[in-house]
Design a protein around this ligand. Sequence first.
Ligand SMILES: Nc1nc2c(c(=O)[nH]1)N[C@H]1C(S)=C(S)[C@@H](COP(=O)(O)O)O[C@H]1N2
Ligand SMILES: [Mo]
Length: 422
Amino acid sequence: MKQKRISTNNLETALSSRRHFLATMGKGAALAGLGIFGAGSDAAVKGLFGRGLIPAAWGEVEQNLLPKPDMIVHTENPFNGEFAPHLLNDDVTPTARHFVRNNSSIPERAKSGDLHDWKLTIDGEVHKELSLSMDDLIRFPQVTMQVVLECAGNGRSLFTPKVDGTPWIRGAVGCSEWTGVRLRDVLKAAGLKETAVYTGNYGADLPISSGEQFSRGIPIEKAMDEHTLIAFKMNGKDLPAAHGFPARLIVPGWIGSAMQKWLERIWVRGQVHDSEKMSGYSYRIPAYPPVPGDKPAENDMVIATLGTIKSLITKPQSKASVKIGTPVKVRGHAWAGENKVDKVYISTDFGIRWQATRLIQPANRYAWYHWETEIAFGNRGYYEIWARAFDDKGNAQPFSQPWNPKGYLGNVIHRVPVMISA
Ligand SMILES: Nc1nc2c(c(=O)[nH]1)N[C@H]1C(S)=C(S)[C@@H](COP(=O)(O)O)O[C@H]1N2
Ligand SMILES: [Mo]
């Protein structure tokens, strides 16, 4: 694990883009090599080339390194990949272990870390249309917080009957540290009209084949929440290409698709945003539990917004084999949308008996909670460790989950098989 960590750190540096530095350092610094030095402390790179000799191309190749090591890659274009739960044990998810979910290709600007001419436009139901450069944006008060980011489709492969879409297992979730400015400060600067009800968020990624550009939105109340951010840093470094360089939304407690990457425009709307990805069966769930396998009418679908109560077992690793009587550390995370996690219970006998775990409070609201306990098995055999989280509003993870046509918001309990030997 120690060894792994080291390579992870290097990778993280390599993945981080070099641009924000360029923006803030002004024109003189727009020499590519200088940007690389500024962005990081990649010991491996410095060791190889020495200060002053790093080729500009190095950073550009490395920062776009996908897949990340040990990633389970579902598709390469668009790029979609996740990690097995035991690789997500860190308190704060390193950039190198954060899943990537793209609906289309990563924009060229993000790949090259180019801020030239980048502007964030705020228009629509505002008194004053804004067109902000990165220099303008970073002048708003900055906020740093850890936030759980989970794809609404995480767990999709666990639905029965099977549903279409990227077959996420359990790893399309992470909790990294994000730095940005409050969306509400920016919206206030533009001056919201009375008629503003929703945002329509647009990024620089264009569709790979046909259809509309990926665009989603959030209600004005959530946009004006003090925790909703326009982020430009992930884990202390400029946003990597894959995670939305140069800016993205962070909408705590909501599904990942609300967190627009490669952000370029926030269109303040006088109605619920009606883009393709807000309509039909996209990021929408039935208003009632349908018969599994049935396709409810489009009119019966409602927009998916909040995340659900959920937990992940990050230790032990699936299929670990352990000797009778040896203490086993069990650990994981839990999160609950906008609610609080109240407790996490585990069972090692298929749900007959349950025991409480020690719950560790989150670093800040919307970060994930951690939980841990130690158990020993008194007999040999095949066991499963089950974890079940409860929130403060009376919700718990189900054993068998209600079905929906696109496999969104799955939160069935996590089960980790272990073999106990004599
Ligand atoms: N512009 C843009 N933003 C986007 C997406 C996208 O395809 N394009 N995918 C969304 C979805 S569905 C998720 S789950 C998150 C994933 O963020 P990550 O790749 O940083 O983990 O980004 C969201 N923001
Ligand atoms: Mo997603």
